[in-house]
Design a protein around this ligand. Sequence first.
Ligand SMILES: NC(=O)c1ccc[n+]([C@@H]2O[C@H](COP(=O)([O-])OP(=O)(O)OC[C@H]3O[C@@H](n4cnc5c(N)ncnc54)[C@H](O)[C@@H]3O)[C@@H](O)[C@H]2O)c1
Length: 240
Amino acid sequence: MNLAEARAALKTAKRVAVLTGAGISAESGIPTFRDAQTGHWARFRPEDLASPPAYARDPEMVWEWYAGRYREVLNAQPNEGHRLLAGLEREKGEGFFLATQNVDGLHARAGSKRLVELHGNLLSARDEKTGEIFPLAAPNALQTPPTSPNGNRMRPNVVWFGEFLPEDALEAAQNAFHTCEVALIVGTSGVVYPAAGLALEAMAEGAVVIEINPDATELTPLLTFSLREKASAGLAQLLA
Ligand SMILES: NC(=O)c1ccc[n+]([C@@H]2O[C@H](COP(=O)([O-])OP(=O)(O)OC[C@H]3O[C@@H](n4cnc5c(N)ncnc54)[C@H](O)[C@@H]3O)[C@@H](O)[C@H]2O)c1
């Protein structure tokens, strides 16, 4: 398949499913998970900060790290890639579905609504007793670890190493990828579940699956077409 054919397939498709990863937020200046560990944090492996045992050992330290990432995403702005996907949703309406592995909240800020955040987000926290989710206080008022309106300690509302993805979000994504005509896989290395699974399930069901990534990934040889571009440029070319 070439770019013109990929563009035509996307234009005529009534059902479009999109999966995004850290790459789509790179142009907003948000570093990847591993790059996010600068300064003091460079001494820690992600697994030592973003896991249930790490939190059980030192909740204050884990919260300090998440509070830093929270401030960082609030200071960032959605980029053209996020905006183009919000525009595609307006065009396709109910046939559109976006699943993101990102926790930065930028898709929602760009206007995406038919969206599931498979790994949670940095802007909210979860009551450790009731499981309810509450927005975090503004950074200058944030006390860590935060307390819910119920008076219980809250944990970051993100999926940690060793944890399962929220079942309803994953199921909605699987349905969308099973039934779409075109799937876009944007800015994800595609090695970890569920990225690879969703892309391959869409392929198996006969969808046209298009990857946008400046680098080749393990998925590249398995998909219909790959655009070797940054997210914003690749989406602009596909939607032109
Ligand atoms: N912004 C965020 O919320 C954020 C940031 C870092 C990590 N994470 C978490 O870490 C995990 C990492 O997995 P992942 O696959 O999302 O990311 P990853 O870091 O494994 O892969 C990022 C991919 O993006 C590509 N990329 C880099 N710049 C790009 C650009 N401008 N446009 C398009 N693609 C670009 C890279 O080639 C790479 O394949 C995710 O589960 C996610 O929850 C989230």
